[in-house]
Design a protein around this ligand. Structure first.
Ligand code: EPU
Length: 337
């Protein structure tokens, strides 16, 4: 059985905030059969939590149960015609390695999601998104194994995807462990270049292709977002809030420059990064946690921060935004403990 079990295990390599907390037990498995064999022996006891690379997590304290991690690898073509290719990808594949592979194969779809930290399994739980694309646009199905050892396949409609959300984030679904994700990608040229300044970046490259679009996204991300290897962080700390059109109209009288995205159904999405910057938080430090200089939506560990430092900063920001704009913002990062 290729399963590794560690006790009193440091979570330092498994959370991009760089917090040195511990798990009572940590297990890593390399195949569905190994996971099922472990479960069949009755070895998996609650509480447990399945994680990916820990790039969207904030551990608040040591975890007193079992943390599971998938090391399932592999990118397998399961079907193909002139227009589309279907691939089945192991949950433990690094997300950006998968994007790189697709770009090299000439498969269109995931390139705008270049350089997002994390693994393929978690991408399907979190519905990762960037630069006008969400991974749910490309997912065909998700395979899971339950904590009772049963295999189950969810078609994309059953995953109930919405902005940074899916059925797998529900509390009662924490016992479904994602093992494989199925994607449907285009073999015909098609790009999503409408978001932000992507077109501007590509102006210097008149004959762009998949590789140059990927490079543009990588450059844009690097110019705005800190590398977790250098500065601990978990990407956007908050989700962008939705407010009613009526509330937006009222606020824009006072803040005519407030950016907005019309989501239909009388709802307006407002960038939390803009709200936080307007409250004066950009570049600030509190305890050993801070707000990133180039993107106010990202909270960083300035070195030696504790979970309490990060939570205290987050709470202060939430209060400032509420007091100034009457808008409640909520963490995107999942708090554990
Ligand atoms: N803005 C500011 N100040 C800031 C940050 C942003 O004024 O400090 C303004 C920008 O000028 C722009 C707007 O807010 O008008 C949106 O900014 P940006 O394009 O950087 O995107 P975002 O809404 O802050 C979202 C995602 C990111 C994703 C980018 C690009 C969420 C929670 N975050 O950020 O995702 O990379 O769009 O698509 O939706 C992540 O989820 O971890 C993540 C990094």
């Amino acid at each position: 059985m290729k399963i590794q079990v560690f006790n009193n295990y440091s979570l330092l390599p498994h959370n991009t905030f760089g917090l040195n907390l511990k798990a009572a037990t940590f297990i890593e498995y390399a195949s569905v059969d190994d996971l099922k064999a472990y479960i069949a022996k009755g070895m998996l006891e609650p509480p447990f939590l399945h994680i990916g690379q820990g790039s969207n997590l904030l551990f608040l304290k040591d975890y007193e149960g079992t943390i599971l991690h998938s090391a399932i690898q592999g990118i397998e073509v399961t079907g193909e015609d002139e227009r589309f290719v279907s691939v089945r990808v192991g949950a433990g594949v690094s997300w950006d390695d998968f994007v790189d592979y697709c770009v090299k194969q000439g498969w269109y779809g995931v390139e705008n999601l270049s350089l997002i930290p994390g693994e393929v399994g978690a991408s399907a739980v979190q519905n990762i998104g960037a630069y006008g694309v969400e991974v749910s646009d490309l997912i065909a199905a998700v395979e899971t194994v339950t904590a009772e050892g049963e295999e189950r396949m969810f078609g994309v409609a059953e995953c109930e995807y919405s902005y940074r959300n899916s059925i797998f984030k529900r509390t009662e679904m924490k016992s479904h462990f994602v093992t494989y994700v199925h994607f449907r990608l285009s073999k015909q040229e098609c790009y999503h270049l409408e978001y932000g300044n992507i077109r501007k970046y590509l102006e210097a490259t008149p004959h762009y292709d998949l590789a140059t679009v990927r490079k543009a996204i990588v450059d844009i991300r690097k110019s705005k977002l800190p590398d977790p290897e250098v500065l601990g962080n978990a990407g956007s700390f908050f989700v962008n809030p939705m407010i009613s059109k009526a509330q937006f109209d009222e606020l824009s009288k006072q803040y005519p420059e407030m950016p907005c995205y019309d989501m239909g159904n009388d709802l307006i999405k407002v960038p939390a990064g803009w709200l936080i910057e307007q409250c004066g938080w950009k570049g600030q430090t509190m305890g050993k946690a801070g707000v990133y200089e180039k993107q106010a939506l990202v909270l960083v560990n300035r070195g030696g921060a504790t979970a309490d430092d990060i939570v205290a900063l987050s709470n202060s920001i939430i209060k400032s935004v509420h007091d100034k704009f009457g808008i409640d913002i909520h963490p995107e990062v999942n708090f554990v403990g």
